[in-house]
Structures are given as C-alpha cells and as structure tokens.
Design a protein around this ligand. Structure first.
Ligand code: ZN
Length: 385
C-alpha cells in the first residue's frame, strides 16, 4: 500500500484510484520520466492528486522550460465549436472582463514563468505595476523586458511585498504545487486586506489528459478549490468552468481569517466522475497492453501522433525497440525525434510497418486515419484507443 496524505485537507488517503503501467509516466511537456505515477481521490474534500515526482524542486529549477525558446510561442486553445484563440490573449481578455483592477494596482504573477499574460496586461493597462515570482532563474531575460528588478524574486517572495499587493495571479501554475496550502497562506500574507487572488487551473473532468500528467500534482474540483481557499483565509467569488474550455477560472478575495471549521460538502457524485476518468485511462492502458501481446510477432510498429496520446502510448509499451517511427501530419513536428525515433509524414511511413497504434483523441481517431489516403492500401493492423 502506498501512503499518501491529502495536500488540501490533510486526510489520509486510501489506495490510488489510478496507477500508470510499470515504472514510467509522462509530464505536461510530453517527456517520459522513469517513475510510476499514482492518482488518489480524497473523499473528504473532493481533491484529486498525483503523488509528487521525486526531485520536484530540481525539475522546475533546471529542467522545466515551457515555451522558453522565444517570446512569441503560444498555445492555441480550441473550443467545442471548432473556434480557436491564442491562450494568452484569452487570459488577458478574461481577467479584464471579470475583475475591476484598481488604478496603479500592484499585481504579482505568482509562479509566473515568462509571465506573458501579465506583460500583455501591462501593455493594455500601463498604470499597472508588475511583480514577478517563480522558482527558476530561466525566465529573467523575459521579466527584464517589462518589469523592474526591484519587483521580482526567485525562490522566495521579497519580505517587503507582505501586505502590499492588490492582486495575485496564478495562470496554470497551482496544479504543479505540491503544497498548495502553504502557497495559499503565503499569497494571503502578500495581499492587502480585501486583495484579490485570480487563478486558472486545468479542469481534469473536461480535460481528461490532465488526469495522467505526472507533474500535475493537483487535479482540482469545485469542492477542493473551495476547501483550499476557505481554509486559508479567502472568500470564493467565482469559479467559472466555461470561459476557458478545460479549465477553472477562480476569483477569490482575502478575508480576515481562515475558516478551519469548514463543513465539507458530500463528494459522492464527484467520486463517480473520478471513477470514470480512472476507468477511461486504465482501459486505454489495458488495450495497448493486450494489443502489444497479440501482435508481438507481426513486425515493425509505428505510433500515429506525436502529441500527448502518442507519448502516452509509448509510455505503456513494454518493447519500444519495435517502434520504427512516429507519424504526424503536422509539418512542424516532422523531422524531429521522439524517444530517439523519427517523426515522419504518413507518406514516409517505413514500408516494413505492420502495426500502428493511433495516438489521437479517441473521438476523432478513426475518421482521421480514414482521411489519410496513402494509408488505405497498406497492410497494417491498427490499435485504436
Ligand atoms: Zn482532502
């Protein structure tokens, strides 16, 4: 039995609801790490958490370089109706829509990485005073472009910020924090009375990949967001599940004291949603395992898709030696390597390929493969997730 305590309410947790296959799991940057990952559900506060990776401080300080290559890289956010928008633009639009930020406000972006969102906010609102904090020095060149070095800190926030900040923001950062209670107590101390906390985290219930990402320690639910904030001295003003598809947008206000007598609502209906997620991913893992055993003698293997699902398949296979290539339609991925294997266009799929794992979102996978003309005449067995 693996012992794990809930990092939101402190309760001891029962057995994991999900574990990866073997000693392998994948990170949010689609890297394979040589360690199993276990997901737990806390029935008391409704939190879902993944055991923190070992050496997590070193990982963020040295290895974790999200979109570090240039300022302009961004991620497109898709909506169910097919429309797309760049993530940073959406984040700026949303915070200005939701929050009346006072004139000349001091705004700290906590765990900010390059802090592209706050930089773009300051371009639109030149009165705002940007403050920056993260646990890595990798981002200093980006901070230097728009903030005063007096107002940034690495590893520990500056003591004179205490009680001085109007707003603290956290954009896709809190899900990585192994001790969210300690972080929220610190945010509480940094804010002025009645100061605002504004936060975006993935919603694992609508963004299912989040559930199996090894470095996302926290998979928040509405219940666990409430529990965390109320017990660290905040009043929850809003939890919006719609404006950012696949994420929670949270707005809270600092109040005088933490409410440790918080009455936890029932997490019964949440338990079945967590169970569904666990079944979904366990089912995929089982399917890959069985297919690999059945097709052991068939010859060369390829994985279609070099994104999250393709990487997940690679993490489940026991024999990567047989994999001759990843296939990807995206010209920006072709020519790169993943786990030492070439990423090629469908036209360049090696002729000896007999088995193909389709690493695409299961809802669109069959249709996508059917639409690739050059695969139609090939003698290949497909494994759909
Ligand atoms: Zn809990």
């Amino acid at each position: 039995m693996i012992e794990q305590v809930c990092n939101v309410c402190g309760d001891s947790l029962a057995d994991p609801v999900f574990s990866t296959v073997g000693e392998k799991s994948i990170t949010s940057l689609c890297e394979l790490v040589p360690t199993a990952s276990h997901v737990f559900f806390c029935r008391r506060c409704g939190h879902v958490l993944t055991s923190p990776m070992k050496n997590i401080e070193a990982y963020y300080s040295e290895d974790y370089q999200i979109l570090i290559d240039s300022e302009e890289e961004d991620q497109l956010v898709s909506f169910p109706d097919g429309s797309k928008i760049f993530r940073f633009e959406l984040q700026v639009d949303t915070i200005f829509d939701k929050m009346d930020i006072p004139l000349n406000a001091k705004v700290l972006d906590y765990g900010c990485a390059k802090s592209t969102t706050l930089r773009k906010m300051c371009e639109r609102r030149t009165d705002l005073k940007p403050y920056l904090f993260d646990v890595s020095e990798n981002y200093l060149p980006f901070w230097d472009k728009f903030a005063d070095s007096e107002n940034w800190a690495v590893f520990d926030p500056k003591p004179d910020w205490k009680g001085n900040l109007d707003v603290v923001t956290s954009f896709f950062s809190l899900e990585h924090v192994s001790e969210p209670v300690a972080m929220m107590k610190q945010v509480h101390a940094l804010l002025k009375d009645q100061g605002f906390f504004y936060c975006i985290v993935p919603n694992t219930f609508t963004n299912t990949a989040d559930f199996v990402v090894a470095d996302h320690v926290n998979h928040f639910s509405v219940l666990s967001i409430h529990a965390l904030l109320v017990r660290t001295g905040f009043e929850v003003l809003e939890i919006d599940q719609d404006v950012h598809y696949g994420a929670f947008v949270i707005m809270a206000k600092k109040v005088d004291s933490a409410n440790l007598d918080y009455d936890f609502p029932s997490s019964e209906s949440l338990a079945s949603a967590v169970n569904e997620l666990s079944e979904f991913w366990s089912g995929i893992s089982r399917k890959i395992e069985e297919f690999e055993q059945q097709n052991d003698l068939e010859g060369a293997v390829a994985i279609y898709g070099s994104g999250f699902y393709g990487t997940y398949i690679a993490s489940c296979l026991t024999d990567m030696e047989k994999v001759v290539a990843f296939v990807d339609q995206n010209p920006f991925r072709q020519g790169l390597k993943l786990f030492g294997k070439d990423i090629v266009s469908p036209e360049k799929l090696p002729v000896e390929t007999r088995v193909m794992y389709v690493g695409l979102n299961p809802t669109i996978a069959r249709e996508s493969i059917r639409s690739v003309g050059c695969l139609a005449d090939r003698n290949i067995s497909y494994c759909y997730l």
